[in-house]
Design a protein around this ligand. Structure first.
Ligand code: XMP
Length: 513
């Protein structure tokens, strides 16, 4: 890749991915590597700048992570954030101690005052809120460094040695709570590292197409398409690169949302590729008949998926490459460098071991989710595919509580479509990270027209979250909920009651099963 590169050395901070995303948002390519990356590799990487992340340790402890001091002699600009700042100070002859005095420890939003002549703070307001999270304190800054920011409690919030292009901040510029934080990172990238801003998706697309064509030659490529964002974008990229050498197998298990299967198929119709849509609804429903335990349902679906995929792969014969839609957060989370095999099962919930291929291609493994979406747009995928919310592999099977029938799935599909339509109409969809309906297996008495009904209760679920590990229930306005409720009970037969799930995760989970 010919892009300029920034190297992010990870010291175990909780925001390391966020730093990388911010740098990429500034149109500069970067990668996160462990702090232990050998010096020779750092040199070979040839970064225009290095960022040290925060981390949970104290630099003065013997076991805490350090860098080879030669890093400071490479002539490459360095920005240290929080622990990274203390590490730089400590490594270059300053001193760092535990803040015994509560005033020198800082957590949370802190009013901070900046020296605007420092390149990091150029053209930015002279004071603003920063996000702090440190219990250690830089008692003495190294020779050659100046103090360039302070807070009411702490005299040395940021340091710099502009002659060597070394900068350190105690706060976290990458989090949104820090006012102008991204602009500070941008100043580091553009004013200090002289970035050109050469990381754009259209450029990435061009270089990937060339690289993929070179790698694949006239080989055959197989991809399991789930209809999710990552596998759809990977498929579109490969379609553009190698056309008919690509076969996409889309296993339609009948547990998709309304019109989803057709939408996926339509999106790929414009490319001259081998697209196989396997209508496996009957197979899956037969296997799921009478099963109400959620884990049992998941297992059946995972296994059946593999069986169908295997059968199709066998028909195609020998393939050279298997494509996976692994994205960068998966790579970072599983430890850089070793992730290919671990994640080869990631997107389809398991692939057969003996599909005959010689290599896995992961064309998105350096992209964040939002970059993957951008790439999808560059490739001309429609927004309904690119902006899709996460959808679990077992699909609607885990949103019909208890045993599953086609009738129940159809009711759920219709109700879910109304929920999504009304959220979009009200502009609420932009505020929600995941939202769907659940068909409970509870029935209750109602009255419709002049008659008594004894029908199903449908639950609406909508959450806001950043990581899907914790989530808050979304405060959808009452009038929007009212509209949704009225429409569903009027338009979907056999649903006579709507409830809204107001539990967060924890203690609940996002899905009901
Ligand atoms: P929970 O319900 O555990 O969900 O809070 C967290 C996120 O994971 C998705 N999810 C799944 N995805 N297979 C998947 O591919 C599954 O079995 C599964 N279960 C939950 C869920 O939709 C949410 O985004």
């Amino acid at each position: 890749m010919n892009h300029q590169k920034v190297l992010i050395l990870d010291f175990g901070g909780q925001y390391n991915q966020l730093i990388a995303r911010r740098v990429r948002e500034c149109n500069v390519y970067c990668e996160v590597h462990p702090y232990s990356m050998p010096l020779e590799k750092i040199k070979a990487y040839d970064p225009i700048g290095i960022i040290f992340t925060g981390g949970p340790n104290s630099v003065y402890e013997e076991t805490s992570p350090h860098v080879d001091a030669e890093v400071f002699r490479l002539g490459v600009p360095i920005l240290g954030i929080c622990y990274g700042c203390q590490l730089m100070a400590w490594s270059l002859g300053g001193s760092v101690t535990a803040a015994t005095d509560a005033t020198a420890r800082e957590y949370g939003k802190t009013e901070t005052y900046f020296t605007p002549t420092c390149k990091l703070f150029h053209n930015l307001p002279e004071h603003g809120v920063t996000w702090m999270s440190h219990g250690d304190y830089m008692e003495k800054v190294p020779n050659g460094f100046s103090l360039v920011a302070h807070s009411d409690n702490c005299p040395n919030v940021a340091i710099c040695d502009e002659s060597r292009s070394f900068y350190g901040v105690q706060f976290h510029p990458e989090v949104n709570h820090t006012e102008n934080g991204t602009k500070m990172l941008r100043n580091f990238l553009y004013e200090v590292c002289h970035a050109k801003g050469d990381w754009t998706m259209s450029d990435y697309l061009k270089t990937q197409i060339v690289a993929l064509r070179e790698k694949i030659g006239d080989g055959k490529v197989l991809l399991a398409l789930s209809g999710g964002v990552d596998s759809s974008v990977a498929a579109a990229l490969l379609a553009q690169a190698v056309g008919r050498q690509l076969t996409c197998v889309f296993v339609d298990h009948g547990l998709m949302r309304k019109n989803e299967g057709d939408e996926v198929e339509a999106a790929f119709a414009k490319w001259d590729i081998n697209f196989i849509r396997v209508d496996a609804e009957r197979r899956f429903l037969d296997k799921l008949d009478g099963i109400s335990d959620p884990e049992h349902k998941r297992k059946i679906i995972g296994e059946e998926f593999i069986r169908v995929f295997e059968e199709e792969a066998k028909k195609i014969g020998k393939v050279d490459f298997l494509v996976q839609g692994t994205i960068y957060p998966d790579v970072i989370e599983s430890g850089l460098g070793d992730s290919a095999v671990i994640k080869s099962h990631h997107n389809v919930g398991g692939l057969p071991d003996y599909v005959d291929f010689k290599e896995i291609i992961e064309p998105l493994r350096m992209l964040f989710k939002d970059e993957t979406r951008q790439l999808g747009r560059e490739l001309g995928l429609p927004d309904y595919l690119v902006m899709r919310q996460p959808f679990p592999g077992p699909g609607l099977a885990i949103r019909v509580i208890g045993d599953i029938t086609k009738e129940k799935l159809d009711m759920l599909r219709d109700a879910d479509a109304i929920f999504r339509e009304e959220c979009a109409k009200a502009g609420e969809d932009k505020n929600l990270n995941q939202y769907f309906t659940v068909l409970t297996n509870m029935r209750s008495v109602g009255v419709q027209g002049d008659g008594r009904t004894y029908d199903y209760t449908l639950a609406l679920r909508a959450v806001t979250t950043t990581d899907f590990m914790t989530a808050d229930w979304a405060r959808i306005p009452y009038d929007v909920l009212d509209k949704i409720s009225v429409r569903i009970v009027n338009e979907v037969p056999h649903i006579n009651r709507i409830v809204y799930d107001i539990t967060s995760k924890p203690p609940a989970t996002i899905e009901w099963e």
